[in-house]
Design a binder for this molecule. Structure first.
Ligand code: COA
Length: 334
């Protein structure tokens, strides 16, 4: 990227305290720890308590990212989420107000599991255009609130959580600068990952929704195949744009969809699997929040260190996908 760059200046994350194990889910569904671990790599996930909402998670992650970045107020807040507190209005303005950021630009981005990377690109665009010098990008999901109590497959995969970064205006060559971003979509796959009811298509019928249509559904097999292909292709695009070879990548921070998907993406790129950041065993697939949560966890446990070259890649409903490259900066972790 040329001109005014967007530089990662702070990071924060949050998961709700309630831990749900595979054993807990096997009491509710016809499933077991062995199937979940071997087919997905997931051991535990966090779910919000009854009455909680996405904004609660977003405020926690956002306040930590602001503190990590030194506390200066941003001029804009971008919130990526699949599970807004309400269909209308967006959740971002309430999050901004609760963070004490009254009257800043604040809006939601909807790109499901690619949400963070779309939010990051949007934040970088606000900086590049001179709209503001500082943007808080949050991805937060209370995904458990849209899981069907009768669908064992989706119910074991997803978890709740939030991650956030502060972007500031800076130099393209400094650590933390977003070096390249690739985004894409394919609406012909709209039905592969969806909540059918609640939007204008269903509401215009004037009929009440079927209960099962109010929940998240996913066609696992084609999603699996598409996820691997799209993340690998988008990663290659970003590597080409930034001028890195595969051997230059120190850490692959892929969307934490499924351990088998992460490994397949690494294999396709011919990147050693050991370079992949993995935290889905503890937090499962937190949709849009998964990349910033993985970044924050890896930075906290020392697997992700300043100076390392990081390739981020994600795939999600829409269909949407994206990738980004950054040299990891030295950050205050709070
Ligand atoms: N516990 C036990 N058995 C389960 C189960 C569960 N929670 N969920 C599904 N099964 C069963 C299926 O019913 C099927 O049984 P059958 O053979 O008798 O019909 C069997 O396990 C195999 O199902 P299959 O769909 O082939 O499993 P899979 O290995 O493809 O794994 C997913 C299923 C969903 C884990 C996998 O397809 C996947 O990860 N897809 C992508 C998900 C994703 O990343 N989504 C987010 C992208 S943004």
């Amino acid at each position: 990227m040329t001109g005014r760059a967007a530089v990662i200046a702070g990071i924060g994350s949050w998961v709700p305290p309630r831990v749900v194990t595979n054993e807990d889910l096997s009491r509710q569904f016809d499933t077991d720890d062995e199937w979940i671990r071997t087919r997905t790599g997931i051991a535990t996930r966090h779910f919000v308590e009854p009455g909680a909402a996405t904004s609660d998670l977003a405020v926690e992650a956002g306040s930590r990212a602001l503190k990590s970045a030194g506390g200066q107020p941003p001029g804009a807040l971008v919130l990526a989420t699949t599970t807004p507190d309400r269909p209308c209005p967006g959740t971002a303005p309430e999050v901004a107000t609760r963070l004490g950021l009254d009257h800043i630009a604040a809006f939601d981005v909807s790109a499901v599991c690619t949400g963070f990377l779309y939010g990051l690109a949007t934040g970088a665009g606000l900086i590049a255009s001179g709209q503001t010098d500082r943007v808080l990008v949050i991805a937060a999901e209370a995904f458990s609130t849209i899981l069907s109590p009768t669908d064992r497959t989706t119910s074991v995969i997803f978890g709740d959580g939030a991650g956030a970064v502060v972007l500031r205006a800076g130099d393209p060559d400094e650590p933390g600068a977003l070096k390249a971003v690739d985004l894409g979509s394919d609406g012909s796959g709209v039905d592969l990952i969806t909540v059918r009811a609640g939007g204008s298509r269903q509401r215009s019928t004037g009929l009440p929704p079927a209960v099962e249509d109010t929940y998240f559904t996913m066609d696992g097999h084609p999603v699996f195949m598409q996820a691997v292909l799209r993340m690998a292709a988008s990663s290659r695009t970003v590597l080409q744009r930034v001028g890195w070879g595969v051997g230059d990548v120190d850490r692959l921070v892929g969307h934490q969809a499924n351990l088998r998907i992460l490994h397949a993406v690494a294999d396709q790129l011919k990147l050693p699997r050991e370079k992949a950041v993995v935290n889905l065993d503890r937090v499962a697939n937190t949709a849009g929040a998964s990349i910033p949560l993985a970044l924050a966890d890896a930075a906290a446990d020392g697997f992700l260190r300043p100076g390392q070259r990081v390739l981020m890649t994600a795939f999600g409903g829409g269909l949407t996908w994206g990738s980004a490259a950054v040299e990891w900066p030295a950050l205050d972790l709070v």
